[in-house]
Each structure stands twice: as structure tokens, then as C-alpha cells.
Design a protein around this ligand. Structure first.
Ligand SMILES: C[S@@+](CC[C@H](N)C(=O)[O-])C[C@H]1O[C@@H](n2cnc3c(N)ncnc32)[C@H](O)[C@@H]1O
Length: 272
């Protein structure tokens, strides 16, 4: 539970801010709304502590003079260039089959946006209440965007811990073509042999890291792999290129990129 975060807004967006506040509160996040004159870069620099903001573009997370929201619009260039052949994630997740896929570690939803764009039907699960609220807001904007509409409409958001969600699916006897896992990994940027461009995580990731637990307390998601294997013929795990295997389990097949890799686990005898 995150408590009493500041939520900055301008008078013109107060009603909107109150709506976000109610939604966040229903998810266990209490915010204190503060109406300010101008929600500009200077204000954010002078108020560097972690906070939320509401303006004409919706809900943002802010800290250290920066603000961020999942940037699905910023992904449109990549989506336009992406193809089933060119994207390693597409080969790993077998996207040519238009799979029913659970992305159990949503984050900013960028991987899932790409997968949905390439044809997957995605259930996107996130447990962090603020991240989930940011994602929900981003999806609404994407649904109103000509280019993003089709992909966004193939994504269904679920606010849950994936360990619970995957267990529930197993109990219900539901199966999926793919479960995709990209859990946090400590000190991604200290991965010694990773290319330099990886060493500087993007601004969005910096803010994401402020929201999520510190390295020592980080949940590395090892428990998700056996749960995913109960309900999907194919489990794909995204890892930094040289990271240890998730749950120490060696992979059936691997796709290696410059900075990351995809490890596949196949359950050939799973009844679908
Ligand atoms: C590395 S980020 C994923 C980035 C994502 N692939 C993207 O494209 O933006 C990991 C995310 O998984 C979420 N997460 C980790 N374990 C989870 C769990 N058990 N249930 C739900 N979400 C989880 C974290 O809160 C975090 O937002």
C-alpha cells in the first residue's frame, strides 16, 4: 500500500483529478490533491519528490523534475516498422498464430502493445496500483487514437498479482497459448557485457524504478514460472542478455539479442 502521495493539478483539471483520486483510493492509494497555478517544468524541478500530476493529457508520475506516463504514442514509429519477421519477440511468442497471451508483468505495457499490434490477444496483468492506473489511462487514450486503436482493443487489463491470477486460471482449467514474463531484474545496467546503450535506462524506466521496490527487496518473479507452465504450452521469459535463468530453470530454446534474450519453456503435454 502506498500512502498520501501528492497529486498536483491546475484548477481546470480539478474535477478530473478528483476522479483519479477516487479510483486510486479504491486501489489502496491515498492522494492529497494540491491545486497549483501552473503545472510546468519549473514547478516539477522545484518539487522533486515522487508525486502524481493530472493535466490535459491525463495522469502522470513525476519525480526529480521529470514526469512520465506509459508512452504508447511514442511507440508508433516502432510499431510501423515492426513485422513478424523483424521482431525477436514475435518469433519467441509465435505471434504469427495470433495467440491468446497473458503478459503477467505489465510494467509500461510496451512489450504487450507491440505483441497486440502484431496480432496477439493480450491479457495484461499488473499488481502495482499506480502503474495499473497509469496503464488504464494510457489504454483509454490509445483507444481514441487512429493508429493505436486496433492494438489497444486487443489488450485486456487486469489489476492483480499474477501469482494469484495464474493460479486462478489453473483452478478454472483455463489454458492460454503463451504466458510472457518480464520480471524486474536487479541492476540491469550493471550487466557487465551488455552493450553501453543499455547502461543508461530510459527516463521512463528511471521513474518506474522509483515506484518499485529497491534491488534487495525486489520480487524477482521466480514463483511465476511454474504457475505459468501449468496453463500455457509456451512460456516466454525476457531476461537481460547474460542474466541467470528465471527460477534457475534452464530453457528449451533461446533467442539472443544485443541487450536481452528470450527464454522459452515448452509444455508439450499440456491439454488445451
Ligand atoms: C520490467 S517491468 C515489465 C516491463 C514491460 N515488459 C514493458 O514492456 O513495459 C516488470 C513489471 O512487472 C510487475 N510485476 C512483477 N511481478 C508481478 C506480479 N507477481 N504480478 C503482477 N505484476 C508484477 C512490476 O510491478 C513491474 O511493473
Amino acid at each position: 500500500m502506498v500512502s498520501a502521495l501528492r497529486l498536483y493539478t491546475e484548477q481546470a483539471f480539478l474535477e478530473k483529478a478528483q476522479q483519479y483520486s477516487a479510483v486510486l483510493s479504491s486501489r489502496g492509494v491515498d492522494v492529497e490533491i494540491e491545486v497549483i497555478e501552473k503545472l510546468a517544468a519549473r514547478f516539477l524541478r522545484l518539487n522533486p519528490e515522487l508525486a502524481l500530476c493530472v493535466d490535459q493529457e491525463g495522469l502522470w508520475l513525476s519525480a526529480n523534475g521529470m514526469k512520465m506516463q506509459p508512452d504508447w504514442q511514442g511507440e508508433t514509429g516502432r510499431l510501423k516498422r515492426a513485422s513478424l519477421k523483424s521482431e525477436m519477440i514475435a518469433r519467441a511468442c509465435n505471434l504469427s498464430e495470433k495467440p491468446r497471451l497473458i503478459d503477467a508483468t505489465a510494467g509500461l505495457g510496451h512489450d504487450s502493445l507491440l505483441m497486440a499490434h502484431l496480432g496477439a490477444h493480450v491479457t495484461l496483468v499488473e499488481r502495482h496500483p499506480i502503474l495499473f492506473s497509469l496503464l488504464e489511462d494510457t489504454q483509454q487514450r490509445a483507444l481514441n487514437d487512429k493508429i493505436l486503436h486496433a492494438a489497444a482493443s486487443r489488450i485486456q487489463l487486469v489489476f492483480s498479482d499474477s501469482a494469484d491470477y495464474l493460479s486462478q486460471q489453473a483452478e478454472l482449467g483455463n489454458t492460454f497459448d503463451v504466458v510472457y514474463l518480464d520480471p524486474m531484474f536487479p541492476q540491469r545496467d550493471q550487466n557487465q557485457q551488455a552493450p553501453k546503450k543499455q547502461a543508461q535506462v530510459k527516463k521512463q524506466m528511471q521513474l518506474l524504478h522509483l515506484l518499485l521496490p529497491e534491488d534487495g527487496e525486489m520480487d524477482l518473479g521466480d514463483n511465476l514460472l511454474p504457475l505459468a507452465q501449468k496453463i500455457a504450452k509456451r512460456v516466454i521469459v525476457k531476461r537481460p542478455r547474460l542474466a541467470v535463468f528465471l527460477a534457475g530453470q534452464s530453457t528449451d530454446q533461446q533467442w539472443l539479442g544485443d541487450a536481452c534474450r528470450f527464454d522459452a519453456y515448452f509444455q508439450h503435454d499440456l491439454k488445451m
